[in-house]
Design a binder for this molecule. Structure first.
Ligand code: SAM
Length: 318
């Protein structure tokens, strides 16, 4: 099925806005249009099927087709809301093959809704290359915003929400994960990380080792029956999940570096490496703490990461 007229209207994206002339002749936005043409990125619930917006339902009901990751997962949601539209699978294994066909349909003026299994498409989910390709051809792209686990976790975490960095999924393997964490360590913002529940203790341990024992929160099964937000610090949370394995879906939210840790891990590491080349651990820590003004405890923790690959809770171990 097609909407008929192609909407290739240049780089200004008019899809989904329903622009129409106002009394003054200037375009004004209408929210009445049910069927925007082009690609529409539609957010869906992250657990509770009730968390779907009215405009999302309208767009899904009227789309020529709905692109989804797993048709079985999406069919459940759509059936619950009485939506019966053709479903097209679009996921990492068929994306290369499907993209040209989808673009062809968009060129023909169809309205295609893109959803993922849960939350906002493209956010650790498929869709980025499709959106990029549609933009490159000036095909209309618009979004119906809605749930995303990252933002729900952030606002529930009790950690500073004014500035945050979404890191998506970190590597599964500890060595690579620690490398990635080193890059995140200097960012003066709250960090948001997606993780699988069974890797939680190991991931939290790596975070404590590389970032220091920052405040953190684990947001689990959000909007679902067993929703839980556990707040504490990285070491305490790692210990908790070590003895009490978590199930379900989780987001890790980590507080920003404390004031005084602003030097940034790469710079601190460089100073420490240079000092450790000629001094004992204790003297190197003293020297770097004196030069940088960083708290000796933070410098000592970094020195342990560099020399042994892990922190100690107690400086008396030194
Ligand atoms: N696109 C989704 C979004 O906007 O949040 C994320 C998809 S990503 C493949 C799935 C990850 O999101 C899970 O592994 C988990 O880290 C997080 N997640 C999704 N739903 C969640 C929920 N209800 N509670 C906690 N975390 C959730």
């Amino acid at each position: 099925m097609s909407t008929g007229k192609s909407r290739r209207d240049g780089s200004i994206n008019k899809a989904g806005t329903g622009s129409e002339p106002s009394d003054s002749g200037a375009p004004r936005q209408s929210h009445r249009q049910a069927k925007p043409g082009g690609l529409v990125i539609v957010a869906t619930p992250i657990g509770n099927a009730g968390d779907i917006g009215l405009r999302a339902l309208e767009v899904l009901k009227t789309a020529d087709a709905i692109l989804c990751e797993d048709t079985r997962v999406s069919l459940k949601l759509l059936t619950r809301h009485g939506i019966r539209r053709p479903l097209l699978a679009y996921h990492e294994h068929n994306a290369e093959r499907m993209r040209p066909k989808i673009l062809e349909r968009l060129r023909g003026g169809e309205s295609l809704a893109l959803i993922s299994d849960a939350g906002t498409p493209l956010v650790s989910d498929p869709g980025y290359k499709l959106v990029q390709a549609a933009i490159a051809e000036n095909l209309p792209v618009t979004a119906v915003p809605g749930p995303s686990a990252a933002l729900a976790a952030l606002v529930l975490s009790g950690l500073p929400p004014d500035r945050f960095f979404f890191a998506g999924f970190l590597a599964n393997r500890s060595a690579q994960r620690r490398e990635e964490l080193k890059e995140l360590a200097a960012i003066p913002s709250t960090l948001i990380v997606y993780e699988s529940a069974n890797r939680l203790p190991e991931a939290l341990g790596d975070m404590a080792a590389v970032l220091g024992n920052r405040p953190a929160a684990i947001a689990r099964e959000l909007t679902k029956l067993f929703e839980e937000v556990r707040r504490g610090d990285l070491v305490a949370l790692a210990a908790h999940y070590e003895t009490t394995p978590a199930r379900g879906e989780v987001v890790i939210v980590i507080g920003p570096p404390a004031a005084g840790e602003a030097l940034g891990i790469p710079a601190l590491d460089q100073a420490l490496r240079e000092a450790l080349a000629s001094l004992s651990l204790r003297d190197a820590v003293d020297r770097v703490a004196a030069i940088t003004g960083e708290p000796r405890r933070s410098v000592y923790r970094r020195a342990l990461v560099l020399t042994e690959g892990g922190p100690a809770d107690n400086q008396d171990d030194e």
